[in-house]
Design a protein around this ligand. Structure first.
Ligand SMILES: NC(=O)c1ccc[n+]([C@@H]2O[C@H](COP(=O)([O-])OP(=O)(O)OC[C@H]3O[C@@H](n4cnc5c(N)ncnc54)[C@H](O)[C@@H]3O)[C@@H](O)[C@H]2O)c1
Length: 251
């Protein structure tokens, strides 16, 4: 392990589980102080123990990213406590599968609220501090933001929004010394996929393009890419949607 992130402050959402936890551990092992946001307090405590065991620094904060004020307060508190913010990772997400006509307003609002609204408000709150530190923003999109997937129309819509939100933000700040990118994972072994329920009566043939030909990734694979993109080694990567999907969107 290197000390690539020594002295840097990272704010990561979804830090209680899956890729958010793996990324918290990875960045902390390389020297970052990580502030982890999530709605799952127990999960945040587990992440805090894992980071502490690895000798790193992590503080959890209960935040529901769907709410603009909570996002702005979390960024303000982080900057007030640490004096800077170098890395914002928008990792929190929810996925649900439905027949299109069965999507309720509550499910739609949840998917959009967590997957795109939260990222939007956190980026808005964080961008002045990120510019100040010549820092970086990394959003987690999905192969579902780059291809159409049956039975996950709301999720695909939210991740498509993440893709073009990332590009638009990259263009607005192209003259500032910041880097803004997204990672688009394919299937990853996390609680999101192990607990994924498909509705009754679906046509499985429509699902085959999203299964692909290789195994699913582990959250650490995505954490590795996150760390690379957050590091100075990725100095000219800006406005990219970095696929990590074992070839899913190539075919
Ligand atoms: N697992 C996959 O196959 C896969 C593939 C492509 C993209 N993704 C995306 O990767 C990201 C991470 O997913 P994961 O697989 O690690 O899932 P996960 O379920 O393990 O973790 C998601 C985290 O987001 C948190 N969260 C949910 N609602 C929240 C809210 N309102 N406010 C704050 N936090 C909230 C959850 O509590 C959880 O800790 C998500 O954006 C997901 O859409 C996942």
């Amino acid at each position: 392990m290197t000390d690539r992130f020594e002295g840097r402050i990272a704010l990561l959402t979804g830090a209680a589980s899956g890729m958010g936890r793996a990324t918290s551990l990875h960045l902390a092992r390389e020297g970052a102080t990580v502030v982890g946001l999530d709605v799952n307090g127990e999960g945040l405590e587990e992440t805090a123990s894992l980071v502490a065991e690895a000798g790193g620094r992590f503080a959890g904060r209960l935040v529901d990213v769907r709410h603009r004020q909570e996002c702005h307060d979390a960024v303000a508190a982080t900057v007030a406590e640490h004096g800077r913010l170098d890395i914002l990772g928008n990792i929190a997400g929810v996925a649900r599968s439905h027949h299109f006509t069965d999507v309720t307003e509550a499910e739609y609002d949840l998917i959009m609220g967590v997957n795109i609204d939260g990222m939007f408000w956190l980026c808005q709150a964080a961008i002045p501090a990120i510019i100040e530190s010549s820092g970086t923003i990394i959003n987690i999109a999905s192969n579902a933001g780059l291809m159409g997937q049956a039975y996950t129309v709301a999720y695909c819509a939210s991740k498509g929004a993440v893709v073009n939100f990332t590009r638009a933000l990259a263009m607005e700040y192209v003259k500032q010394n910041v880097r803004i990118n997204a990672i688009a994972p394919g299937g990853v072994n996390t609680p999101m996929t192990t607990g994924f329920d498909l509705p009754e009566g679906i046509d499985y043939k429509l699902m085959t393009p999203y299964v692909g030909y290789r195994d699913m990734a582990d959250p650490e694979h995505i954490a590795n890419i996150f760390a690379f993109l957050a590091s100075d080694e990725a100095a000219n990567v800006h406005g990219a949607i970095w696929s990590a999907d074992n070839g899913l969107v190539a075919g």
